[in-house]
Design a protein around this ligand. Structure first.
Ligand SMILES: *Cc1c(COP(=O)(O)O)cnc(C)c1O
Length: 285
């Protein structure tokens, strides 16, 4: 199994603690997919891509990857949580499986944990049998929460997208802020692929400070009032997390401390005021 380096971190743990003990060999490829062909081996059975990648939103060319996988009989699975079934359609672009955390935008209210897998018909039978054998079920109440959240998915995403872009531009204009990562910004290395394959963006963006100082980044996150500290994005709440990035192929990162924001449904002027006061607190020390 070959997994993108930009994968949601707990997937690495599943690979290490579940797949490898069962004899499945796991390797990693660059987030933009440029070295995937060189990694393919005679025993490669699945390629697992996350598009865009977690934290920096690297894009890979899914139809090109599908063209490598299909003739070799390699299954192509995509973590489609970012697009949430609304902004991106991996199966239409050649993937065999599209995996989503419904916990995020589909649920939308931070009150349910659930996942989904959509597949081409031929792939569905073995997956369904295994899911049944493992006893994977969801409760009716949880299913109801996701179905209710799905009704407002489109309307919510419109607000997340507009406000996250507004905040991305505001951050870009700040001298104390360094690089801002968001695939809808023209300077993002994956921007052209995002424009080609996606119908929009969501509430996520990440940024570095002009000066790479982990203590400054930590002070900033601690000083936020309206943004909570939390990893599970996709709900109405605005959230911030501090991430430490260790060398990752596709994007040049001058510094290692990255703040990821999830811009929620709060009023964007209030969110900007919160960012501004937290930057002032962080820079004052
Ligand atoms: C959050 C997330 C998941 C897993 O979500 P759960 O909280 O376990 O439902 C998987 N992939 C990506 C890209 C995520 O952001």
């Amino acid at each position: 199994m070959l997994i993108t380096e930009s994968v949601y971190a707990p997937v690495r743990r599943v690979a290490r603690e579940l797949l490898e003990p069962f004899g499945i060999e796991v390797g990693y490829f660059a987030p933009d997919g440029r070295d995937l062909e060189a990694h393919l081996q005679a025993n490669t059975r699945m390629v697992y891509a996350e598009v865009p990648g977690s934290l920096l939103y690297e894009l890979c060319d899914l139809p090109a990857i599908a063209a490598l996988c299909r003739p070799r009989g390699i299954l192509l699975a995509v973590d489609n949580t970012w697009g949430s079934g609304y902004l991106y359609r991996p199966l239409a672009l050649g993937a065999d499986l599209s995996i989503m955390a419904l916990t995020k935008y589909l649920g939308g209210h931070g009150d349910v944990v659930m996942g989904s897998v959509c597949t081409r018909e031929e792939v569905w039978q073995p997956l369904s049998r295994m899911s049944d054998a493992l006893g994977l079920t969801v409760s009716p109440d949880d299913a109801w929460l996701v179905l209710r959240g799905a009704r407002t998915l489109a309307a919510r995403l419109e607000v997340h997208e507009r406000q996250a872009l507004e905040i991305a531009h505001w951050l870009q204009a700040r001298p104390d802020v360094g690089r801002v990562y968001h695939p809808a910004l023209p300077e993002h290395p994956g921007h052209a692929l995002w424009q080609r394959d996606f119908t929009g963006s969501n509430g996520l963006l990440s940024f570095e400070f002009a000066e790479d100082d982990p203590a400054l980044a930590a002070r900033f996150v601690d000083a936020l009032r309206l943004f909570g500290i939390g990893a599970s994005w996709g709900g109405y709440e605005s959230l911030a997390v501090l991430a430490e990035l260790s060398g990752r192929g596709a994007l040049p990162t001058a510094s290692r401390s990255v703040v990821r924001l999830h811009v929620g449904l709060d009023d964007s002027a209030s969110l900007i005021a919160d960012l501004e006061q937290a930057l002032a607190v962080a820079m004052a020390c």
